[in-house]
Design a protein around this ligand. Structure first.
Ligand code: UGA
Length: 357
């Protein structure tokens, strides 16, 4: 019996453990498994409830500096989840070199350590790799990647992640690397970005819209807001990630999984309307939500000339269904309500008072 327990227990290294995905993943692991989490990040504001847990080991550090700590922990742990990356579109156009250095150079070094020490790698790709693919549904193994020209710097992130996917795949084929690549499709939820972030474009669309309503500033629909996204609640996404890390009988090994919610496909204009309508349900914010203006702005004014957008992005999740038995369950409306409860009412669904299951 003891033997089985040892086999099942895992040491999971999460780099970027204080991020949106990392913090939720660490908490879920501590709550639902007997695994230990070794986490590194530069701050701790999203993992306060993990700190002090007997199976949570935190190190305050930077992946570009604390390389020895990382090497030691890659050797020590069973599964490596490197989540440090810049993933905000405004940064792709304003500071593409920083995106390249962190997202590519710093991460490829970690991939190589996993190859060297024969460790399982669970790596975040992105829905952005498909770029402006014109297929109705994006499939991990058959869809084309369609990116704009070099002067459209928005695609640097997509291109970096695509190359990392190809490098990891090649290490899998040629060097026996045990990996799973996952592609998040617009994960949303509490702690996505800092709601008080004052800089326009400095956060993902949902955080930006909530921020604008709270600050009595017009909601800006980039190029009219007809572009569509499939929104995935973080808790659903984390369930999928835990299954990938668990990896019973190697089902997730050497596979790529889209993690998204194809049923929750909305235009950005529809998202804006939903946010405003839902904020009206909070008595103390109703008046300002009623007055909020929704305006259209040109993408070149909002992001700059080197921005280009994706008009629609629907994931196939057949692979996650088939191999992991995973199905997203939370609608966008429920996700918005939980996110607003967190920001406007200080209710954290993760701390069980509000847990969905
Ligand atoms: C995001 C980011 O690249 C990554 O965070 C991530 O890898 C990926 O997609 C994902 O989560 O799947 P994007 O979907 O463009 O890219 O992210 P947002 O910044 O949330 O923008 C969504 C849409 O809203 C874009 O069309 C954008 O132009 C629009 N938008 C954004 C507005 O209309 N108004 C705003 O104030 C902000």
């Amino acid at each position: 019996m003891w033997h089985i327990f040892v086999l099942m227990s895992k040491k999971v290294l999460i780099l970027g453990v204080n991020g949106f995905i990392g913090s939720s993943l660490a908490w879920k692991i501590l709550q639902t498994t007997n695994w230990s989490v070794y986490g590194m990040d530069m701050s701790t504001n999203k993992i306060e409830h993990c700190l002090g847990h007997e199976r949570f080991h935190f190190f305050e550090g930077d992946i570009t500096i604390n390389r020895e700590w990382i090497e030691y922990h890659v050797r020590k742990c069973d599964v490596i989840v490197p989540l440090v990356a810049i993933a905000t579109p405004s940064m792709y156009v304003t500071d593409p070199i920083r995106v390249y250095e962190l997202d590519f150079e710093a991460n490829v070094a970690i991939v190589k350590k996993c190859v060297q020490y024969k460790k399982r790698l669970v790596f975040p790709s992105t829905s952005e790799v498909y770029g402006m693919c014109d297929e109705k549904v994006f499939d991990e193994l058959t869809s084309n990647f369609t990116l704009g020209p070099i002067n459209k710097q928005r695609w640097i992130y997509s291109c970096i992640k695509q190359l990392l996917d190809r490098v990891i795949y090649a290490y899998g084929e040629n060097n026996g690397l045990d990996y799973t690549i996952f592609r998040p499709f617009n994960f949303v939820g509490p702690k996505l970005d800092d709601i008080h972030e004052p800089k326009e474009g400095g956060s993902r669309v949902l955080t930006q819209f909530i921020h604008n309503v709270l600050q009595n500033r017009p909601i800006k629909l980039v190029d009219g807001g007809q572009q569509r996204r499939c929104f995935t609640f973080i808790d659903d996404a984390i369930d999928c990630l835990v299954k990938i890390i668990e990896n019973p009988n190697g089902v997730a090994s050497k596979r790529i999984f889209n993690i998204g919610n194809p049923n929750e496909d909305y235009s950005i204009a529809e998202l804006a309307d939903m946010v405003v309508e839902l904020v009206k349900e909070y008595e103390e914010y109703r008046e300002q939500a009623e007055k909020i203006e929704i305006v259209s702005v040109k993408s070149e004014d909002y992001y700059g000339k080197s921005y280009q957008d994706v008009s629609a992005r629907v994931p196939s999740i057949d692979a996650a269904r088939q191999y992991l038995g995973w199905e997203p369950r939370v609608t966008l409306k429920q996700a918005l309500k939980l996110t607003l409860d967190f920001h406007l009412r200080n209710k954290d669904y993760e701390l069980n008072e509000y847990h969905l299951r």
